[in-house]
Unconditional design. Structure first.
Length: 134
């Protein structure tokens, strides 16, 4: 049996796989230092839920933004499960607008994330979203 007849995944499938499996996420927002997000989750509508520190520079900047949000880039890295010389299997950058989630919607969003990934249940504070291409 050979793999020669198996079709390779499309670019879109590879990107989606990286977004779902990413082991690390770095969020860059204008006028703030890039920060590692303890929680990042691809939502069904193609946007991402990301957690930012409540008292941090990014949260403060979001509080000053209008409905358009803040320009942001989310870097997602998929790491190999084995110790390799080059541990990053794939790297994806998603640019878009960062919006604060209303306090009344945070618990519902966390429940949605926890239902898909029970290990995220302990990661509270997901209070912002990145919408691709916004």
């Amino acid at each position: 049996m050979t793999l020669a007849g198996c079709p390779a995944p499309s670019t879109a499938e590879r990107i989606r796989s990286t977004c779902v499996r990413a082991g690390g996420a770095l969020l860059a927002v204008e006028r703030a230092e890039p920060l590692a997000s303890p929680l990042h989750h691809l939502l069904g509508d193609g946007s991402f839920a990301v957690a930012v520190p409540v008292g941090g520079a990014v949260a403060a900047q979001l509080g000053e933004c209008d409905a358009a949000g803040a320009q942001a880039v989310l870097e997602l890295a998929d790491y190999a499960p084995l110790p390799l010389r080059e541990p990053v299997r794939s790297l994806v950058w998603i640019s878009g607008r960062l919006h604060q989630v209303s306090p009344s919607a945070v618990h519902g969003m966390l429940d949605q994330i926890a239902a898909a990934h029970p290990l995220h249940r302990t990661a509270a504070g997901a209070d912002a979203r990145v919408r691709p291409g916004g």
